[in-house]
Design a protein around this ligand. Structure first.
Ligand code: FES
Ligand SMILES: [Fe+2]
Length: 383
């Protein structure tokens, strides 16, 4: 009668080495060996902009010469936030005592000091290098001596007639909001979880994508040089076979073709999961589109409403990715999971990411560092 009683549960444990992103943690150090998009390029402007990335509070701005800068939010003088600073021609000026820092953190002025600060050249506001590409600001937050190239992505460089690149930072597939309040790995594992699609998105809440996606696919997983790849086969009503390939790639790339099957061919959008810290993340996407606003318009609608417009009763009746992933808790309790055969993609993903963290801990480079061009297999095809 007492078997399975919740009373007998041991204290829960979390796989800290897998999910935590702070400096000095195994995964945090691994993630810091790659470039991460931290904002849309248009967010770098004349008003200081808060960025929270890998547990660090940063300020993004663009100086008068058009150079984006990313510095620690906390002013190195006496610690107020540069969020209240002013962006000027040569950098960002702290509101408190007016120290002026350029995009690489050099202190250019200390107006309350004699002669504008005789020792100012010894001061450096902590900063990170950034690069602008595909409409996003990428930052390298790792050890400077290990700084690697920001890879190009073939699927974002080869544009067909009439296509252009667009960026989006509003969502989680069904979302329409920015920050998601749970650990990034909960979302990232979902990329290698094709079995939830016909359940959560195909039947439980009605058909959230298109009817074809409601079929349970035949799935294979494989390890690639850059992560894990899944191939999903579905036989369509007309007898043709839909072959859908998705990839999870280091450091946090979700390479997922549109579940709406509007067009067939190589993946049209690349998403990066940006862990703000251990308990929140957002997704930045760059993709090829034919019309402005296309990435945002692909959001699911429920009862004709956007996700953000739903009542709590509708969230319960029509859950989607947000409900399922945030519903796992701020950080899921790994000790209470029961992984089954349909979770083999998740197990492979965890192992691959853990191996890269181990490599970094040994002083080696993790997978894919130094690769100049990424070329993904992901896409939707029929034959
Ligand atoms: S705290 Fe920033 S200049 Fe003093
Ligand atoms: Fe999903």
């Amino acid at each position: 009668m007492t078997e399975g009683s919740a009373y007998h549960l041991p204290p829960p444990r979390v796989l800290d080495d897998l999910v935590r992103v702070g400096r000095g943690t195994p995964m945090g150090e691994m993630l810091r060996r790659y470039w991460h998009p931290v904002a849309k390029a248009e967010d770098a402007g004349s008003v200081p902009r808060r960025v929270r990335a890998l547990g660090e509070d940063l300020i993004l701005f663009r100086d008068g010469a058009g150079r984006p800068g990313l510095v620690h939010a906390r002013c190195c003088h006496r610690g107020t936030t540069l969020h209240y600073g002013r962006v000027e021609e040569r950098g960002i000026r702290c509101c408190y005592h007016g120290w002026l820092f350029d995009v690489e953190g050099h202190c250019l002025e200390q107006p309350a000091e004699p002669e504008g600060g005789r020792q100012r050249h010894r001061i450096r506001q902590p900063w990170y290098p950034v690069e602008e590409r595909y409409g996003l600001i990428f930052a390298y937050m790792g050890p400077p001596e290990r700084r690697t190239v920001l890879p190009r992505i073939r699927q974002l460089e080869e544009l067909a007639e009439g296509e252009f690149l667009e960026v989006d930072d509003t969502g989680l597939g069904s979302g329409g909001f920015g920050t998601v309040p749970c650990n990034w790995m909960q979302h990232f594992e979902n990329v290698m979880d094709p079995y939830h699609v016909p359940i959560l998105h195909g039947s439980f809440s009605g058909a959230q994508f298109v009817a074809e996606m409601a079929k349970m696919p035949e799935v294979t997983f494989e390890t690639t040089p850059r992560g894990i790849q899944s191939t999903q086969l579905r036989t369509l009503a007309d007898g043709r076979v839909l072959r859908r390939i998705t990839e999870a790639a280091v450091p946090t790339l979700r390479v997922v073709p549109s579940p709406r099957l509007g067009t067939f061919g190589p993946v049209e959008a690349i998403g990066w999961v940006l862990p703000h810290d251990d308990v929140s993340f957002s997704i930045l996407v760059a993709g090829r589109v034919h019309e402005a606003g296309e990435l945002g318009r692909q959001r699911s609608r429920y009862n004709g409403k956007m996700w953000t417009e739903l009542t709590e009763a509708e969230h319960q009746r029509l859950p989607g990715d947000w409900e399922a992933q945030v519903g796992q808790g701020a950080i899921t309790l790994h000790s209470e999971e029961h992984l089954a055969s349909s979770d083999r993609g998740i197990a492979m993903l965890r192992r691959f990411w853990k191996r890269q963290a181990d490599a970094v801990a040994r002083g080696e480079d993790p997978a894919g560092v130094g690769v100049a061009v990424l070329d993904f297999a992901a896409g939707n095809w029929v034959n």
